[in-house]
Design a protein around this ligand. Structure first.
Ligand code: OAK
Length: 804
């Protein structure tokens, strides 16, 4: 597009939206005008795409997820539309730097971590692959909290993203749908048919807002539909006329509270009524809209499984099962068997964690009270399931109870998905095997064909091409442009494996990206970091199983070693952390406090700080990850084996040339398969060894007593040398007053980790060797593209194709 054209579109937008000339617009106004112009372009492309797939009557994907961690959109959209250079040039005429506008945009942080970001990567990939897809979620008024560290403590602040982020959203008030909560169910016979109605319920309106998702050079634009809760305007009239003004306002507020805030719990559940209401609001509204859309194009719902693949992203949208059943039975008069058949063939489910605290279960009374009709259906699903299980596992009451959807006065959402969906998948080979062999083994036994694996993938055009332009430019020079469409083409880089000038360029690019990060760190933390040091990065949610603690204990060990021997010849290191902890997760917050204390100790000690620096970057989010990842040398993926379902940060770091230091957990196993023994630093117990050790009886005190280095750092936790004491952490490692002591086997893996870290240091001294490794990691990262993952979902689970 010509820059004159862009300038005229921008001028028009500015006048329309703000009543001012473009050259008088503030930065914020210019930013909004640019976004609105881009949005118009997306609308045009979308209309075109829709008419093509509607004409072909193509099957659609509906991706249901309580979270989409979208991040920022302007850069991504301009890049995908191939318009970045022309917009940059047009804005330069106005003395506006496009990069400054990028910085104005708030992240749409409508998710906690891995699961939410994966959903966004998959939306991007579906658009790039021309697969017609709609994502459904909630339009949280407040996304994931903003994190500040004050005196070592994480503090949470509201994220008012809609202030600026609303430019990407288009409301469709006319398409609002009603969702019913509470009340009673009335059943009666009419003309020989059973009729069912919910009455005395509380209605809530769900209003859709569309956000368009562009694909790379694809002509396809999909959309994310975000529902916002509103109270129906007539609902308060009765109360009003009785003069109960406050009650009326209160009811309004209660309805609208549903989409107020994202629950900040990652990999564990909070059994709150509000959360159940969020889930039902978005599930019911989405299914009503899917069904309506289907009937616009086809004459009955019989063909739903042929035209719609509805995907349940972890169990948060598991209410899709009874809600679709309800619509088919109550609204469209299907009989049970036919309705069940349609549900089974339309729905598929992905599991994202084996952590038992993340398995959703609702108290039965609460579920029944909030969703009385849905409860009846779930009870009937359970009755039929238990009958079937009695024939498969006669007399095995324990097994049947484990597999039941309702048991012990709880409704279990994973079992609901397992009982219904035609496909169930894990997110890495190891994780999918664990589902089959242990947590879902009994379901696997009765329906082995349901189970499959789709190893996660990432939207590498965001995580490499947009966030690491220097590397991308060089890659294009070395291996051509093929990798921009097909990540497997990255493998061509292998021919330069030992080419000195390529390795030097890789080193220079890394060095440049490290300087960018150094500047950020200087601005945000006031710490001067040496760009020649090894950037050792652990960025992810803070969780005990991810073992940030193991990383800190090693840093404390290094501190002791340097204090003992100040002339020790080791390459300087910068340990970089970024992580949010769930607001109520005490131990995770203690670990943040520990990282903060260790960073103060280390960074202020003249004998140590030239060799080691520790940086905790506040407020980890997509846009911060985009700055850190291109600068990383070492990617810390050190969870206890068997607990990290996949990880996706590991893939983003790898494709940017960081070398993994990790356990054989999640997708690290497949990263290892790709790069081979020589290009990864593996340590620690394997998943079967962890199992073995639990069986044998794990006693962390034996490790503490048997290893002086370990003992020294554990003792530091309680000695006060860190400025304050970390008794709870020490206690969690050594005593079992809160369940198992050292439940994540940090002490068992400590020695192996420390030795591997020494090897990392030695290897880095040989720059050529290190950048050989880095090159192999980039070259072999193609497998972890979201395009590959989405193609597997499309072929094996959804049975959809990209349209011509
Ligand atoms: C969050 C809430 C409930 C259940 C799972 C999650 C979650 O984020 N899981 C993460 O999903 C990622 C995407 O599949 C995986 O890469 C992570 O290993 C997993 O922890």
């Amino acid at each position: 597009m010509q820059k004159e054209k862009i300038l005229s579109l921008l001028s028009e937008k500015c006048m329309q939206s703000f009543g001012c000339d473009l050259d008088e617009a503030t930065k914020q106004q210019t930013y909004r005008a640019v976004c609105l112009v881009v949005r118009d372009l997306l609308v045009q492309t979308r209309n075109d795409f829709c008419s093509r797939y509607e004409k072909q009557q193509a099957k659609q994907v509906y991706y249901m997820s309580m979270e989409f961690l979208v991040g920022t959109s302007l850069h991504n959209n301009l890049y995908n539309l191939g318009l970045e250079d022309s917009f940059r040039a047009a804005l330069a005429d106005l003395n506006v730097d496009l990069d400054d506008l990028y910085e104005i945009e708030p992240d749409a942080g409508l998710g906690n971590g891995g699961l939410g970001r994966l959903a966004s990567c998959y939306m991007d990939a579906m658009s790039s692959l021309h697969i017609p897809a709609t994502g459904f979620s909630l339009r949280y008024e407040f996304g994931i909290f903003k994190q500040k560290i004050i005196d070592g403590w994480q503090m949470e602040f509201p994220d008012n993203w809609l202030d600026m982020g609303d430019v990407w959203l288009i409301p469709r008030k006319e398409d609002a749908v009603e969702v019913k909560f509470g009340g009673q169910v009335h059943e009666w016979m009419q003309d020989g048919k059973l009729k069912i109605e919910q009455y005395d319920y509380t209605p809530v309106l769900a209003v859709p807002y569309d956000m368009f998702i562009s694909g790379y050079d694809s002509g396809a634009v999909n959309k994310l539909v975000l529902w916002s809760a509103k109270s129906p305007s007539n609902m308060d009239m009765n109360a009003f006329s009785r003069g109960d003004y406050v009650k009326a306002i209160e009811q309004n507020a209660m309805a609208e509270a549903i989409s107020k805030v994202l629950y900040p719990a990652d990999d564990h559940v909070e059994g709150k009524i509000l959360r159940l209401k969020q889930q039902y609001l978005f599930v019911s509204a989405s299914l009503q809209s899917i069904v309506k859309n289907h009937l616009k194009h086809f004459d009955s719902l019989d063909s739903l499984p042929q035209k719609a693949a509805i995907h349940i992203n972890d169990t948060h949208p598991a209410l899709c099962v009874p809600e679709l059943l309800r619509i088919l039975l109550d609204d469209y008069g299907y009989d049970w068997d036919r309705a069940w058949d349609i549900c089974q063939n339309t729905l598929a489910y992905t599991n994202h964690t084996v952590m038992s605290e993340a398995l959703e279960r609702w108290p039965e009374y609460l579920f029944r009270e909030q969703l009385p009709r849905i409860y009846q259906l779930v009870a009937e699903i359970n009755r039929r399931l238990v009958n079937q299980l009695n024939t498969v596992y006669p007399g095995d009451l324990a097994k049947i109870e484990y597999m039941a959807v309702i048991a012990n006065n709880e409704v279990r959402m994973a079992n609901l998905c397992l009982a219904c969906c035609h496909k169930v998948n894990g997110v890495s080979k190891l994780h999918s095997d664990i589902l089959k062999d242990s947590i879902f083994h009994d379901y696997y036994h009765i329906a082995p064909d349901k189970f499959t694996n789709v190893t996660n993938g990432i939207a590498y055009r965001r995580w490499l091409c947009q966030s690491n332009p220097k590397l991308t430019e060089k890659l294009r020079e070395w291996i051509g442009d093929g990798f921009l469409h097909d990540a497997n083409a990255l493998e061509k880089l292998m021919k330069y494996y030992d080419k000195a000038n390529v390795l030097q360029d890789l080193q220079k690019i890394k060095r440049y990206n490290k300087e960018v990060l150094c500047n950020y760190i200087a601005r945000s933390n006031g710490i001067n970091v040496d760009p020649n040091s090894i950037f050792d990065v652990q960025i992810k949610r803070l969780h005990e199983y991810k073992r940030q603690l193991l990383n800190v204990l090693h840093i404390m060990h290094l501190y002791c070693v340097i204090k003992e021997n100040p002339n020790l010849d080791i390459p300087p290191r910068t340990f970089i952390f970024a992580a949010k902890a769930s607001a109520g997760y005490f131990m995770a917050k203690q670990v943040i406090r520990l990282i903060d204390a260790v960073s103060k100790l280390v960074n202020s000690d003249p004998a140590v700080r030239e060799k080691v620096k520790v940086v905790f970057l506040e407020d980890y989010k997509v846009s911060l990850a985009e700055i850190i990842i291109p600068a990383a040398d070492i990617s810390e993926q050190i969870s206890i084996a068997g607990k990290e379902a996949s990880g996706t940060g590991n893939m983003k770091l790898m494709i940017n040339g960081a070398v993994t230091l990790g356990t054989l957990d999640g997708a690290n196993v497949e990263i290892h398969e790709q790069v081979g023994d020589d290009n990864i630093f593996l340590f620690g117990l394997t998943a079967p060894e962890v199992e073995e050790l639990w069986k044998k009886g794990y006693n962390p005190v034996e490790y503490y007593n048997g290893n002086l280095e370990l003992r020294r750092v554990i003792d530091m936790l309680t000695s006060g040398v860190l400025g304050s004491r970390f008794d709870e952490i020490a206690k969690s490692l050594l005593t079992n007053s809160y369940g198992a002591a050292d439940a994540y086997m940090t002490l068992a893996d400590f020695d192996s980790y420390v030795r591997k870290q020494e090897e990392v240091g030695r290897t880095y001294l040989d720059k050529r060797k290190f950048f050989n490794m880095s090159l192999v990691n980039i070259a072999k990262a193609g497998l972890f593209s979201a395009d590959r993952a989405v193609t597997e979902y499309a072929d094996d689970i959804w049975q959809v194709k990209g349209i011509k």
